[in-house]
Design a protein around this ligand. Structure first.
Ligand SMILES: NC(=O)c1ccc[n+]([C@@H]2O[C@H](COP(=O)([O-])OP(=O)(O)OC[C@H]3O[C@@H](n4cnc5c(N)ncnc54)[C@H](OP(=O)(O)O)[C@@H]3O)[C@@H](O)[C@H]2O)c1
Length: 281
């Protein structure tokens, strides 16, 4: 297949290239290719892809709060542009969205059918992207995921591993819950999903959920630093509001396609094994 991937240099973009090896790629990322530019859209359409996977986004949640115009430009209008490219070349689009479209006030995990209620600029701009995809295309997958980490880029797992090198103790929030998701696992699931013309909204996350504090404790345990002083905290000083409990439930892919991701703690263990093999990337 010919596959266009936006955000190709991001953590998910790189994992997708690994999971989809053997296919022909058209890779889009800054600084050469900007999804907000019409020329990029023309280039995607000219490639005549069989599917376009759109991961590019302004992902700095606090940064979006500070620069909302930039967030809407990339996450909403950039997504509209990619959808228009798909229209032009009649390709289905897979758009990566987020758990943050939900407000996180439900005690129950969110299903694909639950009503979004975003509470930050980042989340509103990503939901606006979803709306463009739904309005402009008949053939699309919207894949919501959460708490992504991989071997490249900026993520919570790497941040904790860096902080323990610099600090004598750490405090991590215990009142924010989510579904940590290993980018290579998500990429494998996406590789299976795009083989099926079952379009719609999907929640793809590693199974289960935990608090940021529980995740940090597991990271330290697997890094062989289980005795590092780690304290739970409720204090939450940041620019953006984040959902307290935006746990996603994978109902559609599991029920219709048998696509599930392994439990989050197994995936985290695999991350450490692979990190060890790669000599601490
Ligand atoms: N990370 C998470 O925890 C998380 C959770 C839920 C959903 N998601 C969604 O998952 C997707 C992938 O996330 P990720 O963690 O892989 O993100 P990432 O590592 O930040 O990668 C995003 C990539 O998109 C690029 N990009 C930004 N603006 C662009 C533009 N205008 N044109 C072309 N490329 C652009 C970025 O380049 P620069 O680095 O140069 O800006 C970066 O290489 C995103 O859509 C995100 O909203 C992420």
């Amino acid at each position: 297949m010919r596959i266009a991937i936006t955000g190709a240099l991001g953590q998910l973009g790189r994992s997708l290239q690994d999971a989809l090896q053997g296919h022909e790629f058209f890779l889009v990322d800054l600084p050469e290719d900007d999804v907000t530019e019409p020329a990029t859209i023309a280039a995607i359409a000219d490639f005549e892809p069989h599917v376009v996977i759109h991961t590019a986004a302004m992902t700095d949640v606090d940064g979006c709060e500070i620069a909302p115009d930039g967030a809407y430009k990339v996450n909403a209008l950039g997504t509209r542009n990619v959808a228009l490219a798909c229209q032009r070349c009649d390709a289905p689009m897979l758009y990566i969205s987020t758990d943050y479209v939900f407000d996180g006030t439900s005690e129950e995990p969110y299903l694909e059918y639950d009503e979004p209620n975003p509470i930050s600029v980042y989340a509103r701009s990503k939901l606006a992207g979803e709306e463009f995809v739904r309005d402009l295309l008949n053939r699309f997958y919207i894949v919501r995921t959460a708490w992504l980490y991989g071997h490249t880029g900026n993520n919570f797992v790497k941040n904790i591993l860096e902080l323990v090198e610099e600090e004598d103790e750490l405090s991590v929030v215990a009142n924010e819950f989510g579904s940590p998701t290993y980018a290579p696992d998500l990429a494998e699931a996406i590789a299976r999903l795009i083989q099926q013309p079952l379009y719609g909204i999907y929640h793809l996350v590693n199974e289960g959920s935990c608090s940021r504090y529980e995740l940090a404790a597991k990271i330290l345990e697997l890094a062989g630093m289980g005795d590092f002083p780690l304290h739970p905290t409720e204090i939450y000083a940041r620019s953006a509001k984040v959902p307290r409990r935006a746990v996603l439930r994978n109902f559609c892919a599991a029920t219709q396609l048998g696509i599930t991701l392994r439990p989050w703690d197994e995936a985290l263990r695999a991350y450490f094994v692979e990190r060890e093999h790669a000599g601490h990337r």
